[in-house]
Write a new protein. Structure first.
Length: 311
């Protein structure tokens, strides 16, 4: 999910910040340095979203993890479509690493694992994710130099703290040791993440960009963080609705399609359930104090009859 640490040994408080590789040739005006300094505040804000903090503590339900994977699928589909479109554009071409970085197919494998063969029919882009996707498409088609910001924000984080989140998810969700369900975090074609990130930043610094364009890229990177935070907040709201859910059986869960308020179970949580639904009407009636008292009396009477029969 979010961008994260440079190494598994870093602390939780640094989950969305990664360090630049020490390099004597780095200049304060290099794009990598400008991005590092210019997005610090966004890093701090993103690392303190409730969704990220809960995820790091292993408080992530499988249903919510699935919805997060859906959001990533739509995000990376848009990003990689625009990267393919601009693979020969000099303002982006040096950062085009489809074999090493592209995540869309890995995410498709994860969704197949969680949702089955017909996973494409079961997913839908959420409102917050759609806004993110729309921005990526706009940038790729009209301001391709800003695509650098979106690629940097996502992939560098995936190669950093994403590896920590992989272990958290695998442990918390009891996923197979064969890494099914977390292929998003697996970069089979990168043997040394640290070295690859150093190469990537060197390529960014070598882009022929003027000062104004670099500033616009930093601004766009901050926008990318805001889009990610909006997705986190959206997931956090769904997560709170899932708090009382019985994961193995019990009430159905929201599948991420459309407006959450239109789902009968969550509408009931929000006090908006349809009065015509017998199940939710019964649940609502059972919550009334008088009904609960009557039910308790009936249970006590039944227990007494059973005890008498056994004796």
């Amino acid at each position: 999910m979010p961008s994260a640490l440079e190494s598994p040994e870093a602390g939780e408080e640094d989950i969305l910040r990664y360090e630049e590789v020490e390099d004597g040739a780095v200049s304060p005006m290099d794009l990598s340095e400008l991005l590092k300094e210019g997005t610090k505040e966004s890093h701090d804000r993103a690392e303190n979203t409730q969704f990220v903090k809960d995820f790091l503590k292993g408080r992530i339900k499988k249903e919510l993890f699935k919805l997060a994977t859906v959001a990533l699928y739509f995000t990376y589909s848009a990003l990689e479509e625009e990267m393919d479109r601009n693979k020969d554009n000099p303002v982006f071409a040096p950062l085009y690493f489809p074999v090493e970085l592209h995540r869309r197919e890995a995410l498709a494998k994860d969704l197949k694992y969680f949702c089955g063969e017909d996973w494409k029919e079961k997913i839908q882009c959420s409102e917050a994710t759609q806004q993110y996707v729309d921005r990526i498409h706009h940038v790729g088609q009209h301001e391709p130099e800003l695509l650098v910001a979106h690629a940097y924000t996502r992939y560098m984080g995936d190669l950093s703290g994403g590896q920590v989140l992989k272990k958290v998810a695998q442990r918390a969700l009891k996923l197979p040791s064969t890494e099914e369900g977390i292929q998003f975090y697996v970069f089979d074609n990168i043997s040394n993440a640290q070295q690859f990130k150093q190469l990537y930043r060197a390529r960014m610094n070598a882009l022929d960009l003027d000062k104004n364009t670099k500033e616009r890229i930093v601004e766009e990177a901050n926008k990318a963080f805001r889009f990610n935070m909006q997705v986190f907040d959206e997931l956090d709201k769904i997560g709170r609705s899932l708090a009382e859910e019985a994961q193995d059986g019990g009430f159905p869960v929201h599948d991420g399609k459309g407006d959450i308020r239109k789902c009968p179970y969550y509408a009931d949580k929000l006090g908006m359930a349809s009065p015509g639904c017998p199940i939710h009407a019964a649940v609502g009636l059972a919550r009334q104090p008088l009904v609960q008292l009557v039910l308790a009396a009936c249970l006590a009477m039944a227990a007494g009859v059973v005890a008498w029969y056994i004796l």
